[in-house]
Design a protein around this ligand. Structure first.
Ligand code: HEC
Ligand code: HEC
Ligand code: HEC
Ligand code: HEC
Length: 193
């Protein structure tokens, strides 16, 4: 009898050890898998109602939506030539780094399209893990799943100047307040942001 109890306890202990090691490995894997870029369509299906600020419309009408197309312009061809780039501007990492989302192809979902230019995910982070309704409804969960958190305007400005800086061949002084007013897309229009 005594032996049987010891045996059962030992077996239970071993099972516990194995399963806990297994779940630990699983959560680590979940954490490690980087988010993929899903493209604007992966966000816009839920962010295009006027009642909630129609972020899709604001973005579509902004210069950010045209940033890739700009690289196919004559002005861009001229800049690329002056810089001695071997490829056209729209294929050069030297230009795409600010005019589109650039990431390892492994991180680009099937729905991703480089022609979308500077996208939602350029500022909010790659969205494959936070774009589900259950996660989106809970801000803390969304941030934990990789959505970029902005604590204040200084943090927002910091993100803007990762591209709006003097490495841009056409750089003009970046006046944050003015520029943010042109592209901001708050959910409630009455609520100043
Ligand atoms: C399935 C629908 C859905 C999709 C897809 C979706 N969202 Fe959301 N998102 C929501 C909902 C619901 C909220 C909560 C606020 C609200 O009710 O509008 C939200 C909130 C947000 C917020 C505000 C977070 C906060 O509370 O400050 C941001 C930013 C955001 N989404 C960005 C994105 C981006 C970027 C994508 C694409 C990668 C995306 N969303 C895809 C439904 C969605
Ligand atoms: C990933 C790079 C990137 C980030 C981040 C970025 N921008 Fe831009 N922005 C661009 C590019 C590229 C253009 C030029 C698009 C074009 O005309 O083809 C641009 C153009 C603009 C324009 C239009 C130019 C004008 O003079 O009216 C405004 C406004 C603007 N950005 C505001 C912002 C603000 C505000 C932020 C931060 C919240 C921001 N941008 C973050 C790359 C970026
Ligand atoms: C460091 C980020 C960055 C890089 C790299 C970059 N751009 Fe831009 N580009 C911007 C931003 C931001 C704007 C809009 C505001 C400005 O001109 O400062 C812009 C605007 C432009 C414009 C429109 C100017 C206008 O007045 O309408 C052209 C054309 C352009 N870029 C071409 C290029 C080409 C070609 C390359 C590659 C050789 C390139 N850019 C590389 C950030 C960048
Ligand atoms: C140039 C950077 C930039 C781009 C591009 C951009 N956003 Fe935002 N967005 C921000 C910042 C900064 C905020 C304000 C801080 C915050 O709420 O996280 C914001 C706020 C939001 C909010 C919350 C609004 C509120 O008042 O609660 C939603 C929803 C959102 N963005 C969705 C989108 C979607 C969808 C797209 C693409 C169609 C997009 N954003 C493109 C930078 C950007």
């Amino acid at each position: 009898m005594k032996h049987l109890i010891t045996f059962i306890m030992l077996t239970a202990f071993v099972i516990l050890l194995v399963t806990s090691a297994f779940t630990q490995e699983k959560t680590e894997k979940v954490k490690k898998a980087p988010n993929k870029y899903v493209g604007v369509k992966g966000c816009s299906m839920c962010h295009k109602t006027d009642a909630k600020g129609n972020q899709l419309k604001v973005w579509s009408e902004s210069a950010h939506a045209k940033a890739f197309t700009t690289l196919t312009s004559e002005a861009s061809a001229k800049i690329a030539k002056e810089k001695g780039l071997k490829k056209p501007a729209s294929e050069s990492p030297e230009c795409l780094s600010c005019h589109a989302v650039t990431a390892d192809v492994k991180l680009l979902d099937k729905t991703f399209d480089v022609k979308e230019g500077v996208t939602c995910e350029s500022c909010h982070g790659a969205g494959s893990a936070y774009k589900t309704m259950a996660v989106m409804k809970d801000k803390a969960k969304a941030i934990a799943a990789g959505m970029t958190e902005y604590k204040d305007e200084a943090a927002i400005e910091k993100q803007c100047i990762t591209c709006h800086n003097d490495k841009s061949p056409t750089y003009k002084e970046f006046k944050f307040k003015e520029m943010w007013a042109k592209v901001k897309h708050a959910a409630k229009k009455s609520e100043p942001k």
